[in-house]
Write a protein that binds this ligand. Structure first.
Ligand SMILES: *Cc1c(COP(=O)(O)O)cnc(C)c1O
Length: 229
């Protein structure tokens, strides 16, 4: 299968999953996760109409973005170290993995210098999985309160990676939990005003389930680009 065919199939699949859930497919952003694939693969996806990509490693993303120019926008979805926040501030439109106040503060400082605002998601370890980054549910509320005065960060929603399971259906309760949490935090006015909170959840194996549970951003790598080496 080519990247272009994969994208076509997934777009159609997203549209159908949304319709089955009484939603509009256009309310769901597909982030094409291009980590460990070369710029030429991203270029192929751009030529097929895909514009939003996800990267996990700052150096790798910097090289590829330099090669590609402004034809695409990027979400950072990996673990961000504070000493890489300066580069991240410059390269990304969204940072989906904010999980501590110190990082948020450092990032905000760099954004002040760049005179730029970016959208951020708070990463929640919704399954309390020791192998995953992210704050607890209570930690999410605290972190969102703490960053309210960081004016260059626009907290627009939550992101999660549920624990690894053997079947996609097993992710459902985690996705539902994240949606419930976002609704509660939204009532507390902890997200940037103007629209419903973003929910970044669902990957190649379980994005249909995530869409049924309210995902507005899905992060799909393997199903678009193939297996990573
Ligand atoms: C790699 C990655 C993905 C994509 O996973 P696939 O199973 O290849 O679709 C999504 N989200 C995050 C945070 C990732 O690191």
């Amino acid at each position: 299968m080519t990247i272009s065919n994969n994208l076509k199939r997934i777009c159609e699949d997203v549209r159908m999953a949304a319709e089955n859930a009484g939603r509009n497919g256009e309310d769901i952003t597909i982030v094409a996760v291009s980590k460990r694939f070369p710029a030429s693969s991203i270029k192929e996806a751009i030529d097929a109409g895909q514009t939003v990509f996800g990267e996990n490693y700052i150096q790798e993303a910097e090289d590829k973005i330099a090669e590609l120019g402004p034809a695409a926008t990027f979400h950072f979805i990996g673990h961000l170290q504070s000493n890489k926040a300066k580069t991240a501030a410059r390269l990304f439109e969204y940072i989906e993995t904010i999980d501590r106040f110190k990082l948020a503060k450092v990032l905000n400082n760099h954004l002040e210098t760049l005179n730029k605002k970016i959208k951020i998601l708070v990463q929640v370890n919704i399954g309390n999985d020791p192998n995953k980054s992210g704050v607890t549910e209570e930690g999410a509320e605290q972190l969102l309160r703490d960053i309210q005065h960081l004016k260059k960060l626009l907290p627009v929603g939550l992101m999660t990676m549920p624990p690894l399971t053997s079947s996609p259906e097993e992710s459902r309760p985690y996705f539902r939990k994240l949606r419930n949490l976002s609704e509660r935090l939204d009532k507390l006015n902890l997200f940037t005003a103007g629209s419903k909170p973003e929910l970044s959840m669902g990957m190649s194996a379980d994005y249909r389930i995530a869409i049924e549970e309210g995902a507005t951003i899905i992060r799909v790598g393997t199903a678009i680009f193939g297996t990573r080496s």
